[in-house]
Design a protein around this ligand. Structure first.
Ligand SMILES: Nc1ncnc2c1ncn2[C@@H]1O[C@H](COP(=O)(O)OP(=O)(O)OP(=O)(O)O)[C@@H](O)[C@H]1O
Length: 601
């Protein structure tokens, strides 16, 4: 329980004061409720025998002070006070419940933002072992499970615990026999559900895992829709999701059905006990009939509140167990991302003399400028758990305005080198300097100098304009820069032909554009963002000759004004590059002009 609570507090965003405030409201309403219920028994006694007022200390004291002439006149006043207490308690209950809902929904929205920020800021290596289906599931679904299943259940568990405790105390005060009866019902129910705890946990895990698998299947089936259609494997994905949905439904049904059992169990046992109690009262006890009425009065009113409170107490315990897997998922991800952030911050503070530059995300140093050259110094990188380094002591210089090409067989290390240059992967050893300053002194500033055009450009389901000015709010888009970028990327003709021009929607992942048009939008994006250095990852590999020549033309027109780092498989596309580096097994095995490396090599 302590472990659970500390995880909830860790995942919780914002102030914890609201949580304490909520608990206090609940304690107050519970006390008020117990007090109101406590008055009902004596009130019934008083109503059936007004003269018994002398035996009820509190009422007798109040009666003497009130100045009423007979207890009969005093009875409606006591009734009115009881009604007032219950009305105030009900109002407070409504307010506190509304506050709880507001608090949990706010928590959910804050947690969604915090998670997305954490995932966006997470080191690139985090994604090498993470699946996007898992991330989507955590952001959309687990945040819901956390607020409804963990947070709300935890609040209900604690507050109902207080209510149950107060009511049991009241019953113990009214009759010890009642106490035995109530404990006789509640303790076995509690123990039974405590024993079922691991099942609730398993059902929760199954729901979480099947949800992740369903998102994965949808991603695979729809993400590769063309392939799915052409191969005709729709049934494969349909069967997969059908199986996963059925597994999910089974686990959800079991956990939901089991969580209403406490209510049924307690209600039935209570009726059995009440009937037995009333039937056997006169056999075992010598108390008067009025006493039985008073005791049963308290019992009936307490039961009205005790049944829902105790069953909610036990079912929220079950809910907490069901949601513990989701809590673990969120806790572990946030912890891992935070651990890396702290590590990076410490590194950035202590790394001024270190040889190894491992400070991704560092944005605290002076802004970097690029006037002369980029220098790679013994760049070495190994993927986590890999036995061999993918980059081994790579050193070379790139002058401003130069265009270089990286060539080599598949698996030679070209993409890894580009990812290192982009600052996505943390170096094992070595450094990258721009005008003599390590890029790791201010990685964000370095990344602001670099534009990346991958093989397959990521386009959002939005307009051409928004895809070029990617990440810039509409009111801040610079139209002059936009048209300059469109012109430089040779997109002018296309934009003029389209009825909606730059406002044309490109469709999901740019399906309404051709491969070459998508590539040129990627180039325009890099130009719009005024990046000095452009990294092109086999940008023309997937294009036909005519489109390729248009893209190459667009790239060549940038030569001289921009510094280009091009990965190419087609050797013809690197003909215009100033220098060519041939990689093999993570090392530079040959370098020089196109003539020296490609033609003479
Ligand atoms: N995420 C990863 N985890 C472990 N090893 C990896 C990972 N990504 C790449 N590698 C390994 O690193 C080496 C270099 O891969 P890289 O993708 O950089 O080659 P490449 O030259 O770009 O190949 P290609 O031209 O086929 O894209 C390969 O041996 C590859 O197996």
């Amino acid at each position: 329980m302590v472990d659970y609570l500390s995880k909830v507090l860790y995942v919780l965003t914002g102030s914890r004061k609201s949580l304490i405030f909520l608990l206090l409201i609940f304690i107050f309403t519970s006390i008020l409720e117990a007090f109101g219920i406590g008055l009902v028994g004596p009130f019934i006694s008083l109503a059936s025998n007004p003269e018994s007022i002398q035996s009820i200390t509190v009422l007798d004291w109040a009666y003497r002070r009130s100045g009423f002439e007979s207890p009969q006149q005093f009875i409606p006043i006591v009734g009115f006070i009881i009604i007032a207490i219950f009305c105030i308690q009900s109002l407070l209950y409504f307010i506190s419940q509304t506050y709880i809902y507001r608090y949990t929904h706010q928590q959910k929205s804050r947690l969604i933002s915090r998670l997305l920020k954490a995932y966006l800021d997470a080191p690139y290596t985090f994604y090498l072992k993470q699946n996007t289906a898992n991330i989507i599931k955590n952001i959309i679904s687990e945040t819901n499970v956390f607020t409804q299943g963990c947070l709300l259940a935890l609040l209900l568990f604690m507050t109902n615990g207080i209510v149950v405790g107060a009511l049991i105390g009241l019953m113990a005060y009214s009759s010890s026999l009642l106490l035995v009866m109530i404990l006789g019902i509640l303790v076995p129910t509690f123990l039974l559900f405590n024993k079922l705890g691991h099942r609730f946990k398993r059902w929760g895990r199954t729901q979480s895992e099947t949800q992740r698998e369903m998102i994965r299947t949808i991603n695979h089936g729809l993400g590769g829709l063309k392939e799915t259609r052409v191969i005709g494997c729709e049934v494969y994905f349909e069967n997969q999701i059908d199986r996963q949905a059925r597994q999910y439904a089974r686990a959800a049904t079991l956990s939901q059905a089991a969580s209403i059992l406490p209510n049924i169990f307690i209600k039935t046992s209570l009726i059995v006990f009440v009937v037995l109690f009333v039937s056997l009262f006169h056999i075992f006890f010598t108390e008067s009939e009025q006493d039985l009425t008073a005791v049963m009065g308290v019992f009936a009113v307490a039961a009205v509140r005790l049944i829902p409170a105790s069953s909610q107490f036990i079912s929220s315990m079950a809910k907490m167990r069901t949601s513990s897997h989701a809590l673990d998922m969120l806790y572990l991800d946030l912890k891992e991302i935070e651990k890396r952030e702290v590590h990076n911050r410490l590194e950035s503070l202590s790394n001024s003399t270190a040889k190894v530059a491992v400070k991704p995300g560092n944005q605290y140093g002076k802004p970097l400028s690029f006037a002369n050259q980029i220098e790679l110094l013994n760049v070495t990188y190994s993927y986590p758990e890999a036995s061999e380094p993918s980059l081994d002591q790579i050193s070379f210089k790139i002058k401003k305005g130069e265009s270089i090409a990286l060539i080599g067989k598949s698996g030679a290390g070209k993409t890894t080198l580009v990812d290192v240059i982009l600052g996505l992967l943390e170096l094992e050893s070595g450094d990258i300097k721009v005008d003599g300053v390590s890029i790791y002194d201010n990685l964000r500033s370095w990344q602001n100098l670099v534009g990346y055009i991958p093989q397959s450009i990521f386009l959002t389901d939005d307009t051409i304009e928004r895809n070029i000015a990617f990440g810039v709010p509409d009111n801040q888009i610079d139209q002059g820069r936009l048209y300059k970028a469109i012109k430089a990327a040779q997109l002018e003709e296309l934009v003029e032909q389209l009825p909606d021009g730059i406002k044309t929607e490109v469709g999901e992942r740019g399906v309404r554009l051709s491969g070459g048009q998508r590539q040129r939008i990627g180039i325009a994006r890099a130009i719009y963002h005024e990046r000095e250095i452009l990294v092109l990852d086999e940008a023309t590999a997937a294009l036909d000759n005519e489109t390729e020549s248009r893209v190459t033309e667009a790239i060549n027109s940038l030569a001289g004004t921009k510094t280009l780092i091009v990965i190419a498989h087609r050797l013809s596309t690197v003909e215009n590059c100033d220098r060519v580096y041939m990689l093999d097994k993570g090392r530079v095995v040959k370098s020089g002009s196109y003539q020296e490396v490609v033609l003479e090599g």
